[in-house]
Ligand binder design. Structure first.
Ligand SMILES: [Zn+2]
Ligand SMILES: [Zn+2]
Length: 285
């Protein structure tokens, strides 16, 4: 099974790269890539552990980018992990994230939430996600009482962490802790100059079908592929983005965007995302 989109605890995933590899092997994956947000700190461990169990592997990353006032996630594959410029830019994005996280903590404290910097930053993560702000909210009993009330909780009801994030961190469609980004053109060129290939992640999340020509513009900048087969896409979207990629001669990739096991009731256990389709994609990466 091919899946080139996983997260570890070096960004906002749950598992260490080592445990993730174990999980992937158990679930019969054979060609995989770790693509943490704005960091490649887990990739070496992932490649090392993956090789031991004979997985086919690619170095990977998912960079937060923007283009024409829209946010895009750009996947990079097969680049040199030691590339200086790539490492420099990622370290900078990570450093810029810290004051934003601190600011968000202040906002939440002012609103009466029990949350402190120490517990948020007590993590392996090189690039903190919104989940690092959401966890203390759920864990603290006083916070939990408040959440239960806000969500009209009853015994047995599950409140997804994603809904907590949307309810408390998104204000007027803007996050209280925005991601740090570079332009998509810079990111495409960065990956290329590090010897890798770039792929637009889950285009269906950011684009409508009428935005097809935007893919062509990105291709002119050097984009190599489109993650047409994504768990974020509907069947129609999978069809559509494959068609667009084929017409332009772009690589088609497949990715689950797995961050960790979630309660079964949410419908996202690791293998079920793949029961709906078998990737038949030919990858010339
Ligand atoms: Zn993404
Ligand atoms: Zn992702």
């Amino acid at each position: 099974m091919i899946d080139l989109h996983f997260h570890s605890y070096y960004s906002d995933g749950i598992y260490s790269p080592k445990d993730l590899v174990k999980k992937l092997k158990e679930n019969s994956f054979n060609f995989v890539s770790l693509t943490d947000h704005n960091t490649i700190d887990g990739v070496e461990e992932f490649l090392k552990e993956g090789k031991k169990v004979r997985l086919k592997l690619l170095s990977g990353v998912e960079i937060y980018t923007n283009y024409q006032n829209k946010n895009f996630h750009l996947l990079g594959y097969g680049f040199d992990l030691k590339n200086k410029e790539l490492n420099r830019v990622l370290k900078e994005l990570q450093a810029q994230r810290i004051p934003r996280v601190k600011k968000a903590i202040k906002i939440l404290q002012n609103e009466g939430w029990e949350i402190n910097e120490k517990e948020v930053f007590n993590t392996e993560s090189s690039y903190l996600g919104l989940v690092h702000l959401a966890n203390p909210l759920v864990k603290h009993p006083k916070n939990w009482e408040r959440i239960k009330k806000d969500f009209n909780w009853f015994e047995g009801k599950i409140i997804p962490i994603t809904e907590i994030i949307v309810k408390y961190f998104i204000r007027n469609k803007k996050s209280i802790c925005p991601e740090t980004e570079i332009s998509i053109e810079q990111a495409i060129k960065l990956i290329k100059s590090a010897g890798g290939q770039s792929v637009l992640a889950h285009p269906g999340q950011q684009l409508f079908w009428k935005d097809d020509n935007l893919i062509f513009e990105l291709q002119k900048m050097g984009l190599d592929g489109v993650e047409a087969i994504s768990s974020h896409h509907s069947w129609q979207e999978i069809e559509h983005w494959q068609k667009v990629a084929k017409e332009l001669g772009l690589i088609i990739t497949a990715g689950s965007d797995f961050h960790g096991d979630l309660p079964k009731e949410w419908g996202f256990p690791i293998s079920s995302q793949w029961e709906y389709f078998t990737p038949t994609t030919k990858l010339n990466l």
